[in-house]
Design a protein around this ligand. Structure first.
Ligand SMILES: Cc1ncc(COP(=O)(O)O)c(C=O)c1O
Length: 309
C-alpha cells in the first residue's frame, strides 16, 4: 500500500483488472463474471437497485439478518418481506420462496447477526426451485469462518443459475473493513446489469492493491481462521462457565443469550469502553459480540461479568 501512493494520481483501471483476474481464477469463473464494489455493501445496494422496486418485484429476507439491503430495497419502492429464521436459526427457505414475487431473495450465509448457517442441501434445493425471474443474492461475507460440514459456498452453482449472485468481501478475514473492497460473482449478463447502476471507478487504488496483496499472502486466511477459532472458543467457554449460552457460531462473532433486554447491558458496557453490537429487534435478549484479539476478549469478559453480576 505504501508503494501504491505513487499510483494515487491515476485512475485505478490497471489494479482493478489485476484483482478481477485473480478473483476470477480463484472462483473458477471468467473475469466478466466478477464485479468489484466499494465494499460488499455496494454490491448489496446495486442488487437492490437493479432487481427490486415497485415494478420490478419485492425483497425477501430473513429476520433477523444484516439489514442494509432492506433499507436499499425500500428506497426503490419495493415491498420488503421479512421471514423469521427457523428454530435452528437457518433461513426458512420454503416460506421465503412462497413470499418471493419476482424481485430478489437475500440469503445471508453464515447469517449476521446470528452466526448460524443454512444447510447446504436446503440451499441447493431452494436455488433449483426458484423461478428464473426471481434473483437470489447469497451474501457470503463470513464464508471463510464456516467450518461445518453442513456449509458450502454456492459459487459453483452460478454456472447453471442465471438468477444467482454471490457477494464476498475483503472486510472480514482479510481485515480490510476500513479500506472498502468487496465483489460479486454472477453470470456475465447479471454483472452487466449490476454495473449499469454503479459509479465508474468506485473502488480506490489503495483498497485494490491491498486486496491484491492479501490474495498473494497465502497464510492470511488460515491465520485468520485459527486466531478466530481460538479466541471464539475461549470466549464461548468462559461464558458457559458463568451460565451464558450463545448460538453455535460459524462466523467471527457470537450471539449471546443474555436472558434480559440487551439495551441496558450495551449501555453499561459502553460506559466501560467496551463496544458490542447493536440491538437486533427480532432477538431483543441477545447480544452480538465480534471476536477480536484474545486480549480484547479478556477485556470484554471482565466487563461482561461486571455488568451481569
Ligand atoms: C452479512 C454482511 N454483508 C455485508 C456486509 C458489508 O460489508 P462490507 O461493505 O464491509 O464488505 C457486512 C458488514 O458487516 C455483513 O455483515
Amino acid at each position: 500500500m505504501q508503494d501504491a501512493f505513487a499510483l494515487a494520481c491515476r485512475y485505478p483501471d490497471e489494479q482493478n483488472d489485476l484483482l478481477i483476474a485473480k478473483l476470477a481464477k480463484m472462483n473458477n469463473v471468467a473475469p466478466e463474471q466478477i464485479l468489484l464494489g466499494d465494499g460488499s455493501s455496494e454490491i448489496l445496494k446495486l442488487s437492490a437497485e437493479t432487481f427490486t422496486g415497485s415494478n420490478r418485484g419485492n425483497l425477501v429476507s430473513a429476520d433477523p439478518t444484516f439489514e442494509a439491503i432492506l433499507q436499499h430495497a425500500s428506497v426503490t419502492g419495493a415491498d420488503v418481506v421479512k421471514i423469521p429464521l427457523t428454530n435452528s436459526f437457518a433461513h426458512d427457505l420454503p416460506r421465503m420462496l412462497t413470499a418471493a414475487k419476482g424481485g430478489l431473495v437475500y440469503i445471508c450465509n453464515p447469517n449476521n447477526p446470528t452466526a448460524s448457517i443454512t444447510p447446504k442441501d436446503e440451499l441447493r434445493d431452494f436455488i433449483t426451485k426458484t423461478p428464473e425471474q426471481t434473483m437470489i443474492l447469497v451474501d457470503e461475507a463470513y464464508f471463510h469462518y464456516a467450518d461445518s460440514p453442513e456449509y458450502e459456498s454456492v459459487v459453483p452453482l452460478i454456472r447453471d443459475h442465471p438468477n444467482l449472485i454471490v457477494a464476498r468481501t475483503f472486510s472480514k478475514i482479510y481485515g480490510m473493513a476500513g479500506l472498502r473492497c468487496g465483489y460479486a460473482v454472477a453470470q456475465k449478463e447479471t454483472i452487466t446489469k449490476l454495473r449499469s447502476h454503479q459509479s465508474w471507478d468506485s473502488v480506490n487504488v489503495m483498497a485494490l492493491v491491498a486486496a491484491n496483496a492479501s490474495l498473494d499472502d497465502h497464510e492470511q486466511v488460515s491465520n485468520g481462521q485459527r486466531l478466530n477459532r481460538e479466541a471464539k472458543s475461549y470466549v464461548v467457554t468462559q461464558l458457559e462457565k458463568i451460565g451464558y449460552h450463545s448460538i453455535p457460531s460459524q462466523a467471527n462473532f457470537i450471539m449471546i443469550d443474555v436472558r434480559r433486554p440487551v439495551i441496558p447491558l450495551i449501555q453499561q458496557l459502553k460506559q466501560r469502553d467496551v463496544a458490542v453490537g447493536r440491538l437486533f429487534p427480532a432477538l431483543p435478549d441477545h447480544m452480538r459480540v465480534t471476536i477480536g484479539k484474545k486480549s480484547e476478549m479478556e477485556t470484554f469478559l471482565n466487563a461482561f461479568r461486571a455488568v451481569t453480576a
